[in-house]
Write a protein of this length. Structure first.
Length: 353
């Protein structure tokens, strides 16, 4: 969410999961400035180790970004974050109990959860599955560069496929989407280690209770949830994906509007208690987190020198000066004449369409 809030595990647990998902969808907002601002904030928080591991998974959604430079920068940030976290584990090897909060591989279950809840995800649609496959390839390739963690990654995916969704454990649709994403992840891992005999992973893995819950019956989930003879090879040019224009997240047409939307979401969830009522310790902590979420998003995502975004690129509905033709009538204002052409998606298809 922000470094101040996300740097403490207890605070991250208080952040509503729905709000965390909305933040992830901002990366696929049609407005390029929103995408860039999100990338700047992720870079700052992840490279300084102030944002928790779950936010590493958000970088994967830049795999379908139409902007090549932004997609390349996100890739470099992911490689840097993987290196930093592995170096941290080497220096703190004695503290193995925290592996599930530090090791970059543990971001994979979070990514599986987010892909299963993506508004355009449809496990019966091949185009939707291919778009999810592109995201998984983009994210897993840097993780598998050393070819020494295949058993660990497979164990993670197997454990997720034996779990159910924590938000709605009895929702078969969501669970089947999650299992389909697991099958795609299996396919990516198998493609990378096709000529390698994998020994079983000797240890146990931990899944976040925030995202996953144990099933009622522990029965091996051996069913395949993707079409037969599915092509797991990566696409050289990933299918560009942007959120549906009618999605609530995308109604924020520029960064200030996105800040306002997130602030409203956080206030709606946490609420503000009346002054005449005394607050318990837990309620005080929740209220403090709510205020941090609202204030930091407005401070950090608002246009500034670090965001490399010019105000003229996102201003909208300017009133034309006297003597100038209105844009609605076919005329162009002087600013429009000098303005660069916006990013245009070419050849991309939305997930699930």
């Amino acid at each position: 969410m922000c470094p101040k809030t996300g740097s403490r595990a207890s605070c991250f647990d208080l952040i509503p999961l729905e709000l965390f998902q909305e933040v992830a969808w901002l990366i696929q907002d049609p407005c390029p400035q929103v995408k860039q601002a999100m990338l700047n904030k992720l870079q700052k928080g992840l490279t300084s180790m102030k944002l928790p591991l779950e936010y590493v998974a958000l970088l994967a959604f830049y795999a379908t970004d139409v902007g090549k430079e932004r997609r390349s920068k996100a890739r470099q940030i992911l490689l840097r974050v993987i290196q930093l976290r592995r170096e941290y584990m080497v220096m703190n090897s004695s503290n193995s109990e925290r592996n599930h909060t530090v090791l970059p591989e543990y971001a994979l279950p979070t990514l599986i959860h987010l892909l299963a809840h993506h508004p355009n995800m449809d496990n019966e649609n091949k185009d939707s599955l291919k778009s999810s496959l592109d995201v998984l390839w983009w994210f897993l390739e840097p993780l598998m560069q050393k070819n020494d963690n295949f058993p660990f990654l497979k164990k993670l995916v197997e454990t997720v496929k034996q779990a159910v969704d924590a938000i709605d454990p009895f929702n078969d649709t969501i669970n089947e989407r999650m299992y389909a994403i697991c099958d795609l992840a299996f396919g990516v891992i198998n493609c990378k280690c096709a000529n390698v005999k994998l020994p079983p992973f000797p240890g146990e893995v931990k899944l976040s209770k925030k995202f996953f819950a144990p099933p009622e019956k522990l029965v091996p989930n051996l069913k395949s949830y993707i079409p037969e003879k599915f092509d797991f090879n990566p696409h050289r040019v990933p299918v560009a994906v942007e959120m549906d224009i009618d999605h609530p997240t995308v109604k924020a047409r520029h960064i200030v509007a996105a800040d306002t939307a997130l602030t409203k979401l956080s206030r709606r969830k946490f609420g503000r208690k009346k002054k005449k009522k005394s607050l318990s310790e837990d309620e005080k902590e929740i209220a403090e987190v709510e205020e941090t979420i609202a204030d930091d998003w407005i401070d950090d995502l608002t246009l500034g020198e670090d965001d490399d975004v010019e105000m003229k690129d996102i201003e909208a509905d300017k009133t034309p000066e006297k003597g100038e033709k209105s844009p609605e009538k076919g005329g162009k204002t002087p600013e429009e004449g000098d303005k660069e052409e916006p990013e245009v998606e070419t050849g991309g298809e939305e997930m699930g369409k």
